[in-house]
Design a protein around this ligand. Structure first.
Ligand code: ZN
Length: 261
């Protein structure tokens, strides 16, 4: 892992094929704003292969089995993918995305399988000494329980956090960082907007989740990393500091959490 000097987007999917026609321009626009590094969220084996093909030096790879992948595939496919993850994880900075998604996107019948592969990946992360990129939707209680059952301390982040200040504090007690993204710029998301000023900046990082999430501009079909500047402005206003200070502390936190153990 190279040492970052610019700002870091704490979570995005630069290998997403939707970005193929626009990736170069998007990375250039990010660089023009001082964003030089991008921590990925890994989804499935096909995505890990695409991440390997990205040539940009600022890409920090993360390989994991996303809860959506686990929910949508058979137990056999998941078992094969886990075996492959065991084999390939050494080439990634982090294990993720992993977690639980009990939202409407995933069938309730998939929950048991999600729990199984979440736990298996937590054990793998412990054995390999890798930090986590967590994806958690409507399942914070169970996620926290499983994390505590496997180990008392963790490194990594909870991506696109939209929970309350109490839940944020629970993750932080385990050593994790809370990653805030474009939800802060959209209507709704009351809980996390109320939580922002209570999340200590030494455990707060900033992400775009690009290209996911509804775009903020009407003439755009996806979201891009430069959106972290606007997310940082909202956090800055809540903490009485500048956006640059937020981006700088986010970068320093990510370097600490994701540097090899
Ligand atoms: Zn993601």
């Amino acid at each position: 892992m190279t040492t970052a000097t610019g700002f870091i987007d704490a979570h995005c999917h630069l290998a997403d094929p939707r970005l193929d026609p626009v990736r170069e321009g998007l990375i250039k626009r990010a660089a023009d704003c001082g964003i030089t590094h991008f921590l990925q969220g890994g989804v499935d084996p096909a995505d890990w292969a695409r991440q390997r093909r990205l040539e940009h030096t600022g890409v920090w790879r993360a390989f994991g089995l996303h809860p959506w992948f686990v929910a949508e595939n058979t137990a056999q496919t998941c078992a094969d993918a886990l075996a492959q993850l065991r084999h390939e994880l050494g080439d990634a900075v982090a294990l993720g995305e992993l977690g639980l998604d009990f939202g409407p996107r995933c069938k309730a019948e998939s929950r048991e399988r999600q729990r199984h592969y979440f736990r298996a990946q937590l054990e793998l992360a412990q054995a390999a000494g890798k930090p986590l990129v967590l994806h958690v939707v409507r399942a914070h209680g169970e996620t926290l329980q499983l994390l505590r059952a496997v180990a008392p301390r963790w490194r990594g982040l909870v991506h696109a956090f939209s929970g309350s200040r109490e839940v944020a504090a629970d993750y932080i007690r385990l050593g994790l960082h809370v990653s805030l993204g474009p939800a802060l710029l959209r209507p709704g998301f009351r809980k996390v907007k109320e939580a922002v000023s209570h999340i200590p900046r030494d455990h707060l990082v900033v992400e775009s989740d690009a290209p996911d999430g509804p775009p903020l501009e009407e003439n755009c079909t996806f979201n891009e990393p430069t959106v972290i500047l606007r997310v940082a402005e909202v956090i800055a206003a809540n903490h009485g500091v500048t956006a640059t200070e937020v981006l700088t502390s986010s970068r320093d936190n990510l370097l600490r959490a994701f540097a090899p153990a």
